[in-house]
Design a protein around this ligand. Sequence first.
Ligand SMILES: [Zn+2]
Length: 264
Amino acid sequence: MDAEARGERALSDGDGDDAPIPLWSPEDGVRRVLVVTAHPDDVDFGSAGTVAAFTDAGLDVTYCICTNGEAGGSDRAMTRGEMAALRQDEQRAAAATVGVTDVRFLGHPDGRVQPTIELRRDISRVIRQVRPERVITQSPERNLDFIYASHPDHLAAGEAAVDAVYPDARNPFAHPELLGAEGLEPWSVRELWIMGPGAPAAGIAVETTSTVDRKVAALMCHKSQMPDPDGTAERIRTWAALAGETAGLPAGRSAEMFRVITIP
Ligand SMILES: [Zn+2]
């Protein structure tokens, strides 16, 4: 059965060579999704519009945040412990805005995330607990054209998440304490989505026209990180519209795009 017969629309990526960017369909059989990011607010910048589209379609989405975000914000009077607690609360509120209630924090040190065996184990544990068909994470590759996306913690979280998807979570002999002491059976994630690429790297586009307002609302929950909320909201809407255009959607529509890696 080809993409059209499955009800998917093949979209132009706008670069003139007519290479199609498939549009996500809720009929693709995926029911559980895990999003792995470095900091509170990363998931909201990168994929909250998609998460809202998923939960609207009845998918279960879990967030796994590698740090508590204690190195964020500019309030020097606040202890880092207070900042961590505040940012966890902000992330839980943002998650609820897009239909997510399962938010897990791994507590690795903000600003010093490394793709260690311990971080790989901690992400593998969550994968084996949640058993998602799809994992969304940040790119482990530095983007020199958009340096904000390539915070070293993002690169490290992305690297560890990719390692956890393949091979750790599916290998019964990786992190043997997960199967031994914790009784967590191996789990094979079928699809890895990397946030943030434009065409031609994009493997899939998710239309967010009906969810971009909730994405903005989710971002506004991160008050401690938002010195210019109006400017941020405007930037988010502009990026969403540009992504929609790049994905070949009609004018005025919004999208988020992801690179897709299939791991049979
Ligand atoms: Zn971040």
